[in-house]
Design a protein. Structure first.
Length: 285
């Protein structure tokens, strides 16, 4: 498998990151993940916008612009002959002396890699549990995908121990925020609800797309803080992310959750849109 690494297309076995890369030492890095369908990155422009926003917030001097990254991504997909896969972009700060200050760390490591497409979700839906991990929802870092994601790593480990598919994290106000790598939605009647960004959830690309699909399906939307009791009373629950799309949830721990027609309707609309390539970036800019 070829990867794009610091300006070159090389075998993944040849890609070497310095032992003093700050992404390795401090989590001083940023990433984004995109679903490739029929050779094209779905919602690519939005992923690039989020990546560049995150780089600005982290004071990362990106060596490549959005147009360059688009050309590299498309070439990597073609070189590996993988029209159906997952693409991951990772950038990290490198160089400089030991210590937290990035002032003298002038180098940026850039890696674009491809990975197999996800397995289909269980037909009966996902089982999720509550994690013991909390998110600092007042931090601006909640809005970007930094390499420092220890709370999410531990939440994923807790899900595995509980024989669950995923787990939910809360903020320090005991509001449910998101799953380990997905945004959370629930249904109340004909209203599709999701936690507001102020609760600390990532502004997911698929989250935004689903919210914009709803009006065309005669579904109202609302962004509301959520407690565990409210979630257990929902008429439908689902998770969204860019790799898996939209996945219904069947159980919250030992609580069986109902199946909402609104969830099935949204899942069908999302799948059709992704196959059509709606809102897919058309080329360099």
């Amino acid at each position: 498998m070829l990867v794009f690494f610091n300006g070159r297309f090389i075998a993944e076995s040849e890609a070497r990151v310095s032992a003093f890369d700050r992404g390795y030492l401090y989590g001083d890095g940023l990433f984004d993940t995109v679903r490739i369908i029929n050779g094209r990155p779905f919602l690519w422009d939005r992923h690039l916008d989020r990546l560049m926003h995150g780089a600005g917030l982290m004071l990362l001097n990106m060596p490549f612009g959005k147009g360059d990254l688009t050309v590299f991504a498309i070439q990597l997909i073609e070189e590996n002959n993988l029209p159906d896969c997952v693409l991951r972009i990772h950038v990290s700060r490198s160089g400089g002396p030991r210590g937290y200050s990035p002032r003298k760390a002038k180098d940026i490591t850039t890696l674009i890699s491809l990975h197999p497409p996800p397995e289909p979700p269980p037909e009966e839906g996902l089982k999720i549990v509550m994690s013991t991990q909390y998110l600092p929802h007042l931090s601006s870092l909640c809005s970007i995908k930094t390499s420092s994601r220890m709370a999410h790593v531990l939440a994923a480990a807790e899900a595995e121990v509980a024989a669950a598919d995923d787990s939910l994290l809360q903020n320090t106000d005991s509001q449910i925020v998101e799953a380990t790598s997905s945004n959370l939605f629930w249904v109340e009647g004909d209203v599709v609800c999701t936690p507001p960004l102020e609760c600390g959830c990532l502004p997911g690309i698929t989250r935004e797309f689903v919210l914009q699909l709803c009006p065309g399906l005669d579904l109202r939307t609302a962004e509301r803080p959520l407690t565990l009791v409210q979630l257990a009373q929902a008429s439908g629950v689902f998770l969204t992310n860019s790799v898996h799309g939209l996945r219904p949830v069947r159980a919250l721990g030992s609580i069986r959750l109902p199946s909402s027609p609104a969830v099935a309707k949204l899942q069908d609309a999302y799948n059709k849109a992704s196959l059509r390539g709606e809102w897919t970036f058309e080329g360099p800019q």
